[in-house]
Design a protein around this ligand. Structure first.
Ligand SMILES: [Fe+2]
Length: 467
């Protein structure tokens, strides 16, 4: 009798309490965009339950087009208490989009749709003013620049975002919940603007699994977002991994693989027709070649790995490559600070002139912008300023870059600590683009002097162009 009663109670409780179905999670979240190939946009989002469909409905006035994609499984685990979190990262590529057109879209499946978002495709004509916000090292905690970026996105102030590595701190933490919350935080930006990325050291866990699966960048699928390039306005942008040089446990060969790809990409970008169309070559990668911070990071060393290459052999260093192929501008992060350098090669300054260092500089210009805000706070500077360090700040904030045309780029640093004040600004002006070491790659924009004098370089009224 007693045993029967116990059995009944056990069955009753297991039916009413433990037998309940677990909730399903079909609702799309963490929605973000990235550029695909020409006339493409990639839409990425997450669900926690498997959904057999990955669909985006989109259009100009109404959502009368549909594109399908697929999902990949992302697994994160938490040691204490032990649990495994599985989620599904959905990817849909929208192709054949009309240039310069505003689209509306939502994503999901018959089991649940997201809210409706918008994006605008790049114009067909390359001559458009391109506005980009750049920063690195933004975390889930203390993401000080985030709310301002969200507001500026709604105001339509940007065409794209470049996040120069180190996300969430770290995406895999708490069974991936730190990454999930970070991706939710950036959705008010990234669901409207292409959110272009490169990997940082905080993405390294599990051979960069969370970075590789949560983002979808253009280019070769085998690179898994670690390196790729794309064109925007008058610029050819190259994103690559500095982390291959530091996490060699995941394969030393990756350094060479990327280095070979970089040469190929730079050679292609320097073909006269390509450089004429996209004269600016801009790189984004996480760890700088130079910095004047007072930690012991690679960039503080006179022979940094990224700059010179692997010790003793000096192979796969990137500074010579960038000098040879005429890279104009290099964006970095990792140091939680902002630092603008004078044009530099091999630790020597190559200013255009003493009065106008950034007009026709004779070497690449480097900017480190890693102060968007994260739980690790700031990285202080060395007391002594290096001669090549033109401006530095420990304020939280981010960088704004406006590519006006083939000869003029305007760069500003915004301080969030000072209520959005612009604390640094330069015009980078180049009459010609190409190799710094010889003239063979030099892109000649003008057939004769008359043409040259008519060019925007001589007729540009840069005072009108602030925003
Ligand atoms: Fe970093």
């Amino acid at each position: 009798m007693y045993f029967s009663l116990l059995l009944f109670v056990t069955i009753f409780f297991s039916k009413t309490c433990f037998g309940k179905s677990k909730p399903v999670h079909y609702q799309p979240e963490q929605i973000h965009l990235s550029f695909g190939g020409p006339n493409q946009m990639i839409v990425t989002w997450n669900t926690y339950s498997p959904v057999k469909e990955s669909i985006v409905e989109y259009g100009i006035d109404q959502m009368n087009f549909q594109a399908s994609g697929s999902s990949r499984i992302l697994v994160n685990s938490k040691e204490s208490p032990p649990f495994i979190a599985i989620q599904y990262v959905h990817k849909v590529v929208l192709s054949g989009l009309k240039p310069g057109t505003k689209y509306i879209y939502h994503c999901g499946s018959r089991w649940g749709w997201s809210s409706i978002f918008t994006f605008t495709t790049m114009p067909d004509d390359i001559n458009w003013v391109t506005r980009i916000a750049l920063f690195g090292d933004m975390g889930n905690i203390n993401a000080q620049s985030l709310s301002r970026l969200q507001k500026e996105t709604v105001k339509g102030m940007y065409d794209a975002i470049f996040h120069v590595g180190d996300f969430a701190y770290d995406m895999q933490d708490n069974g991936g919940q730190t990454g999930d919350e970070f991706m939710r935080q950036i959705q008010p930006i990234a669901a409207y603007l292409p959110y272009m990325t490169c990997p940082g050291n905080h993405e390294a866990f599990g051979n960069f699994t969370n970075y590789k699966l949560r983002f979808n960048m253009p280019g070769d699928v085998n690179s898994m977002n670690m390196f790729y390039s794309f064109n925007i306005g008058r610029a050819h942008v190259i994103s690559f991994s500095t982390e291959y040089y530091f996490f060699i446990e995941y394969g030393f060969w990756q350094i060479k693989n990327q280095y070979d790809w970089l040469i190929k990409d730079l050679e292609e970008a320097n073909k006269p027709a390509n450089r004429a169309r996209y004269p600016w070559i801009i790189t984004m990668a996480h760890r700088p070649m130079y910095c004047s911070n007072n930690d012991k990071d690679d960039c503080t060393k006179s022979e940094s790995l990224i700059r010179i290459g692997i010790p003793w052999f000096h192979k796969f260093g990137l500074e010579d490559l960038f000098y040879k192929y005429g890279v104009d501008l290099c964006f970095w992060a990792h140091e939680h600070s902002y630092e603008r350098l004078f044009p530099i090669y091999n630790r020597k300054m190559y200013n255009g002139s003493q009065e106008k260092p950034y007009t026709n500089p004779k070497a690449p210009v480097h900017i480190t912008t890693g102060s968007a805000g994260c739980q690790e706070r700031h990285d202080a500077f060395h007391n002594k300023t290096a001669a090549w360090s033109a401006f530095r700040s420990l304020d939280y904030g981010y960088t704004k870059m406006t590519i006006y045309n083939e000869s003029h780029i305007y760069i500003r640093q915004l301080s969030d600590d000072q209520g959005g004040k612009i604390i640094d600004k330069i015009w980078l002006i180049k009459e010609y683009h190409g190799s710094y070491e010889d003239n063979t790659l030099k892109f000649q924009r003008f057939n004769n002097e008359k043409e040259r004098l008519k060019s925007p370089f001589f007729n540009f009224q840069n005072s009108q162009m602030e925003f």
